[in-house]
Design a binder for this molecule. Structure first.
Ligand SMILES: Nc1ncnc2c1ncn2[C@@H]1O[C@H](COP(=O)(O)OP(=O)(O)OP(=O)(O)O)[C@@H](O)[C@H]1O
Length: 596
């Protein structure tokens, strides 16, 4: 399988840069972010106060005998303890609820931006991409953003805050040895987690790449379902897929085993620290330096501290993984479209509608020239046809005019304006294309037709369908205009799809037309009817027609004959016949074939 450009993104940016790139997505809800941070602080203050309440309860019960005990004191303390516990959860939940909208909106904005960006990418990118892998990258990237936002703010920062608060309390209440012991255990834990997670990141990356590869393979294979069946290649396809799955399985296995090693190591550090610090506390209680309440408080702090720390390991892992995924997603956004509007591009100003190619050279790849100095003009309202052998570069002319690619040298102009100097939007708005292969959306026929002009009324849509000789066919279907056309329109015949394409362009009603083999999939009766419709449409428009069947373009004002990227003959049908060259030979051949 050829690796796609999207699967090859390998940039490794510093983490802070990736996180900084998220900031603009948060600015919409600055107030909410501030409020969420406020709730976060409140949640941590209450969490850290809870063990203090517990200490006072234990000390009171320990130091007072039944005779001198005022029962309401420990009861009030217990109520305070319970309320603090509840408040800590309440503030955490409030923080989540307040921030939820920020995170969800950020995800929405990023998804939309990526979607828009992908539509801005040039045709070459889309011809190269692998849809399955790209979809996974986007999904993982947007999920990564949500994770980064929520967990940096709700786990890393609060845990650090809690460590600082607990350390300060222990420093004030006892001595520096506890703070030092906690500091050392936390440090060992964090260094261990980070080191092991760094080591694991390679496995995570590899698992993602393998995941994309196998997914792309599966989707490509399913999209080519018919071809697979024509060649009885189900087993071959399964083997190919399994080759990818084997690599995926290995990568995932490495991923899981290394995760088990990380979890075990973390649990060991927590256990050892707990033992060490509690032995210190036991000694102090025994020597009378600490009360029973103090012991309970230290124990509560340790357990309380290690709970988020335990999650910190998981969060760090996930954050690393999210950073990889977000980096990839942002990497996609950073790749600039090869075809972009010029800095001061203006809208194309159509006066007459004259199209001109001036000494156009073009190659898709540097090592193979497709067009070798093509020049011609289509005067406003005229129809110029291009004929010639397959692969001569006819459709390439249409792609260049639509600016799917830019010329290598020379230029193309419309009413004297170089199409590279006008906005792509204004250019494409003025051109209607009936392509060689029509691919439809997996939607109803009606919606596919209306796509030509989404604001069109039902009457207009039906009128266009009538003009394209499609209406009678549609109403003969059990579900009429609501019939679903299937994936890429595969439930319609080639000719029906072509008629949908024609009707769409009729609805768009553009002043310039490109008909690329627009009637090639039609039988000769339908072809005649549609040619009449197309002739009617192209009468007032500047039209570029690409055709194989010469009979369909014999009425064109000028016919260009192309061979290997050059125009070798041009003139009207009669002039070209009189020339008795390539065109005349082709015409005779086709007439002969039609008769026999
Ligand atoms: N995206 C692409 N990348 C590389 N080469 C391409 C690309 N698209 C087309 N080509 C090549 O450019 C040449 C011209 O293609 P083009 O589609 O313009 O031919 P055509 O004259 O319209 O042929 P046909 O009559 O068969 O449609 C072909 O040899 C084709 O293989």
């Amino acid at each position: 399988m050829r690796p796609s450009t999207d699967n090859n993104y390998q940039g490794h940016k510093p983490n802070w840069k990736i996180i900084a790139e998220l900031w603009p997505y948060l600015t919409e809800f600055k107030g909410r972010v501030v409020l969420a941070v406020g709730m976060l602080i409140l949640a941590k203050v209450t969490t850290v106060s809870t063990p203090i309440a517990l200490k006072y309860i234990v000390d009171y019960l320990d130091q007072h005998r039944a005779a001198d005990m005022l029962l309401w004191v420990p009861i009030m303390l217990v109520i305070a303890y319970g309320t603090l516990r509840f408040s800590s959860t309440l503030f955490s939940e409030l923080r989540d609820a307040i921030f939820a909208r920020v995170a969800e909106r950020a995800m929405r904005r990023v998804s939309l931006r990526v979607f828009r960006h992908l539509h801005q990418r040039e045709l070459a990118f889309h011809l190269d991409r692998k849809t399955g892998g790209l979809a996974r990258d986007i999904e993982r990237g947007t999920r990564g953003i949500s994770f980064l936002l929520r967990f940096t703010l709700f786990n890393i920062i609060p845990t650090l805050l809690e460590i600082v608060m607990v350390a300060s309390i222990l420093l004030v209440a006892f001595n520096a040895s506890y703070v030092l012991a906690i500091f050392i255990s936390v440090l060992i834990y964090v260094v261990f987690s980070i080191r092991v997670t760094e080591w694991r990141t390679g496995f995570v990356r590899e698992a993602n790449i393998r995941d994309n590869q196998s997914n792309s393979k599966a989707i490509d294979s399913l999209l080519n379902y018919e071809t697979v069946k024509y060649f009885n290649n189900e087993r071959f396809e399964a083997e190919q897929y399994d080759n990818d799955l084997v690599l995926w399985e290995k990568a995932r296995l490495k991923n899981r085993l290394s995760m088990a090693a990380l979890n075990t190591g973390q649990a060991f550090i927590i256990g050892a620290s707990l033992i060490g610090i509690l032995i210190m506390a036991v000694n102090e209680v025994a020597s009378g330096a600490m009360t029973l309440g103090d012991f309970t408080m230290v124990n509560a702090y340790l357990i309380q501290l290690f709970i988020p720390l335990n999650a910190l390991g998981f969060v760090y892992r996930e954050i690393r993984q999210s950073l990889v995924n977000v980096e990839r997603l942002f990497g996609l956004l950073e790749e600039h479209p090869a075809i972009e509007d010029a800095p001061y591009a203006q809208a194309l100003h159509l006066t007459q509608g004259e199209i001109a190619f001036h000494d156009v050279h073009f190659s898709y790849n540097p090592d193979r020239t497709i067009l070798k100095g093509v020049s011609f003009t289509i005067p406003a309202g005229h129809k110029v046809a291009v004929v010639g052998a397959s692969g001569a570069g006819k459709s390439t002319l249409a792609r260049l005019l639509f600016r799917f690619f830019d010329v290598s040298s020379g230029h193309i102009s419309i009413d004297g304006q170089d199409i590279r100097q006008v906005t792509q939007d204004s250019l494409r708005n003025l051109i209607g294309v009936v392509p060689q292969d029509t691919v439809l959306f997996n939607d109803s026929i009606y919606n596919n037709l209306a796509y030509g002009r989404p604001s069109a009324s039902q009457e207009e849509v039906e009128h266009a369908a009538r003009q394209a000789n499609l209406h009678d066919f549609i109403i003969s279907l059990p579900e009429g205009y609501k019939t679903k056309v299937g994936e890429r329109g595969l439930k319609l015949s080639g000719g029906e799809k072509q008629r949908v394409a024609i009707a769409r362009v009729l609805l768009k009603n553009p002043p310039l037309l490109i008909l690329d083999e627009a009637t090639s999939a039609l039988d000769s009766i339908s072809e005649h009817i549609i040619l009449d419709a197309l002739n009617e449409v192209s009468r007032q428009r500047t039209t570029l027609v690409i055709a194989h069947r010469l009979s369909t373009v014999s009425d064109a004002d000028t016919i260009l004959v192309m061979e290997q990227g050059e125009i070798i003959e041009s003139g009207s049908h009669n002039a070209l016949l009189a020339l008795n060259g390539y065109y005349a030979k082709l015409w005779q051949q086709q007439q002969h074939t039609t008769k026999t």
